[in-house]
Write a protein that binds this ligand. Structure first.
Ligand code: CO
Ligand code: CO
Length: 353
């Protein structure tokens, strides 16, 4: 099958990925198989390992500081190679931000069909990644690439965090406000892009959301003295919220009308562009959700939608809320939305109304 002509700029990159709009992340179940084969961590310097399924590994290097380390890569979710590079880099760096860390440098991971797609396309992907890294204040100083029929791109990112400022996913407490810093819907719109059904304006909008760095949101969070947060990615708002609730031993109540969404996502959800990953996410959390009356299927899918490079979900003690919201606004956060609160619940349920 010929996917492009030699000089064409319009290679449909997303058609080369078998994933369904969300960069084809594994389900939580699949992930738990991987994790179950890793031995429990023994090194006392490992502050955050595999036990709480947090965003990044945290390794103590002296009495004050720890290294934060993460790796992430995925298949094309948009057709513009430069935007794909930007989005993937923003997503990779985000796990450092979600831990309250400051990124230091990155290495790239590249899989690309180098004999069948012009090298200039790969060049654009890499340029997007480099520009995004620059925006984050870091450089990409190496990496590894392989020849692969399905393109994949991402970064390993090394960061640093002060020990007393680590933001974990297991410290949410009853009474905390839940603050979300980006609107939902990137997975569903990416699926529509893959199916050639998304408008140019909507593509532009979702690229803007996905490539936006969580840098400002993270700095606002650290400056406010927040202890618990995660970023919203492949498991969707509900999946990542549940992960945080489970690790913290609490539950949550969400207020539907306060949850920010990308406007066009409703249209694409109604037309049925639901990624497989989003359906899996909803299935996975099903037993933990108590839905209010007359909540539509579209709404449920959007809340579970597998995000690429989503926002931070911050669990904020009431007395720190005003300051956090002010700092997030100052950082031009794409959303500054109080979407609900943490409640006492040993079964980690989520009430939505
Ligand atoms: Co994460
Ligand atoms: Co990740």
């Amino acid at each position: 099958m010929k996917l492009w002509s030699k000089n064409s700029k319009n290679i449909k990159l997303t058609s080369l990925s078998h994933g369904s709009g969300c960069g084809c992340k594994m389900t939580r179940k699949d992930l738990s198989i991987v994790l179950s084969h890793l031995p429990p961590v023994a090194d006392p310097n490992i502050i955050i390992g595999t036990a709480t399924a947090d965003d990044a590994a945290v390794y103590k290097i002296d009495d004050k500081r720890a290294i934060v380390q993460t790796v992430d890569f995925f298949t094309p979710i948009v057709d513009d190679p430069y935007a794909y590079g930007q989005i993937s880099a923003a997503n990779s760096i985000s796990d450092i931000y979600a831990m309250g860390g400051r990124p230091l440098f990155a290495l790239s991971i590249i899989a690309f069909p180098i004999n069948t797609i012009p090298a200039s396309i790969l060049g654009e992907i890499v340029r997007g990644g480099v520009d995004k890294a620059k925006e984050a204040g870091i450089e990409i100083i190496g990496g590894h690439s392989i020849d692969d029929p399905e393109p994949k791109y991402g970064l390993t990112v090394t960061g640093v965090v002060e020990l007393d400022k680590v933001v974990r996913n297991d410290m949410a407490e009853a009474g905390d406000a839940l603050i979300l810093t980006k609107p939902l819907g990137a997975g569903i719109i990416s699926k529509a892009i893959k199916e050639n059904k998304a408008s140019e304006d909507d593509i532009k909008e979702v690229i803007k959301v996905m490539s936006f760095l969580n840098k400002g949101a993270s700095e606002a969070m650290v400056e406010s003295g927040i202890k618990a947060a995660t970023d919203i990615t492949g498991f969707g708002l509900l999946g990542h919220l549940y992960g945080m609730l489970k690790a913290s031993g609490v539950g949550a109540k969400l207020k539907l009308s306060s949850i920010p969404t990308i406007k066009s996502v409703w249209n694409y959800a109604k037309k049925g562009h639901i990624p497989g990953g989003t359906k899996n996410n909803l299935e996975y959390v099903k037993g933990k959700i108590i839905w209010g009356d007359s909540i539509t299927d579209e709404t449920k899918y959007i809340l579970a939608d597998a995000q690429t490079s989503g926002g931070l979900l911050i669990s904020c003690p009431k007395e720190k809320k005003e300051r956090l919201i002010a700092l997030l606004s100052k950082a031009n956060s794409l959303a500054v939305s109080e979407i609900g609160e943490v409640v006492e619940d040993k079964e980690n349920r989520i009430w939505i109304s």
